[in-house]
Design a protein around this ligand. Sequence first.
Ligand SMILES: *[C@@H]1O[C@H](CO)[C@@H](O)[C@H](O)[C@H]1NC(C)=O
Ligand SMILES: *[C@@H]1O[C@H](CO)[C@@H](O)[C@H](O)[C@H]1NC(C)=O
Length: 356
Amino acid sequence: MLRKVLQTLCVVAIALGAMALAHDFHDVLNGEPHCGTPVISERDADQVDQIVARFKSIICNNAEPGTVRICEDVHVRATKFDPITIPVNWHVFYDSATGGGMNVTTEMIDHQTDIMNEDFAGLNPGGPGGYHSTSFRFEVANVNFVDHSNWFHNMIAREKIYKKQLANSTDTHLNMYVGEMRGGVLGMCYFAFMYPADSHMHGCLIHHSSMVGGGQTNYDNGQTCTHEVGHHIGLYHVWQAKCSERSDRVEDTPPQKTNSRGCPSPVPESCTPGLYDNIHNFMDYSDDICRWEFSAGQSQRADEIITVFHPGYLSHAERSAIRVAADRAGLADAWAEAGRFQSRFAAREAEWTQFL
Ligand SMILES: *[C@@H]1O[C@H](CO)[C@@H](O)[C@H](O)[C@H]1NC(C)=O
Ligand SMILES: *[C@@H]1O[C@H](CO)[C@@H](O)[C@H](O)[C@H]1NC(C)=O
């Protein structure tokens, strides 16, 4: 009898789990600096991982050695392949009536781009150094200053309206929107798998105060952009599934109970003694000066998510190598399954954006 009751409670607990996660950042973090990226269910996360595994198995069994990044060991990728340099279209909102957002300059955007390039190349100057270099680099393609009080003040509430008008080449370019968000949200970004690659909804929102030099206490050294772009390329928060074994779907980041703050010392072992929280990882909430690395496992995951769900960032050579491999496997379109998932996911957006 007791077992039966416990089983029932478990099922209810699991069903409520996804909702509870999504509630967390509003009920608990409202007012405190935090990231507004929607939390996805474990079921959706499983499907994403299964699609990646199938893609890898088909393509890597048929590709010419050395032509497809995700088929090579993550530690040798950087020597065999050029970085994936993503051109960025920046849209900077400001309010000329009040002066809000007007201290975001092209110099600040250049500086912010340098910081992202350091962070993604494993060259953040904090900590002991020697961090893993990811495949990703960034360059400024275009900077667009937009005088619009409503969009500036309500970046989340108005995002559908201005993205439809302003989003520029989302399949090949990352779009970054700078302005204000309420309730302590410093940034948010959709995962590459949430919308079709060419959807105008892609792109990250960044609070101007957390751009480098923007004035946000503890969060204006530029790591908010690094963190949000990390979401876009497929990385979850390091505490995504709390102490569950699958945590953030990355092998080398230990499970972590919840987000960190400040720069805790000693480093907490919140789930298992001996497994240290990821306080120095860009996908945690520690102060900017405390965050300095992506792990090799995160780097590998990001390559996979982008190759499968956002191939417009890849070189022509790599995309054609993937097409050749798919053709050998008798597959008409390597990206068809991913594309169908993205369309289905986007169609359910009302469900997963309800807490925004
Ligand atoms: C779109 O971006 C390109 C460069 O990435 C730029 O040359 C072009 O002016 C932009 N178009 C609009 C409408 O902003
Ligand atoms: C921009 O404005 C904010 C708020 O007034 C201020 O805290 C911050 O230091 C300013 N940043 C720059 C670079 O002037």
